[in-house]
Design a protein around this ligand. Structure first.
Ligand code: CO
Length: 134
């Protein structure tokens, strides 16, 4: 498994219309895309610094993982995403090391990347996403 770099920080927000302007207009980070990821129940709004992105996550359904996260812990950093060269190999290696990977197969996340999440119980408390660019 090779980690290529930090792909993005995932930030749970209550309201994109209210919270996105800070990233877009105050920090002036270039807007890249806004996209619904239906099986996660979220809208992703992505800003690209050129050296790592910010992914704002707004829930679209009351029982989505992001809605539950905000209910429990409030808005804020939700996950850190690392880019990997081969996600299928990464999943296999992590499982062999006893790491709690959420799923046996990657799913398709924002920007069409193949993604998988690692449970915070295996990482020191942070939800970690791995992504392979297609
Ligand atoms: Co993400």
């Amino acid at each position: 498994m090779k980690i290529i770099g930090i792909e993005h920080l995932g930030i749970a927000v209550k309201d994109l219309a209210n919270d996105a302007p800070f990233w877009n207009h105050i920090l002036n980070i270039e807007h890249r895309s806004t996209e619904g990821v239906e099986d996660q129940g979220v809208t992703t709004d992505i800003y690209d610094t050129g050296k790592g992105k910010v992914e704002l996550l707004e829930s679209t359904t009351p029982d989505s993982p992001i809605a539950k996260f905000i209910e429990k812990r409030g808005a804020g950093i939700h996950h850190v995403c690392f880019e990997v060269d081969d996600i299928t190999e990464a999943i296999k290696e992590l499982k062999e090391s006893g790491i709690h990977v959420l799923g046996d197969e990657p799913s398709i996340g924002a920007e069409g990347y193949k993604v998988v999440f690692i449970h915070p119980s295996s990482t020191g408390g942070v939800l970690v996403e791995l992504a392979e660019k297609s």
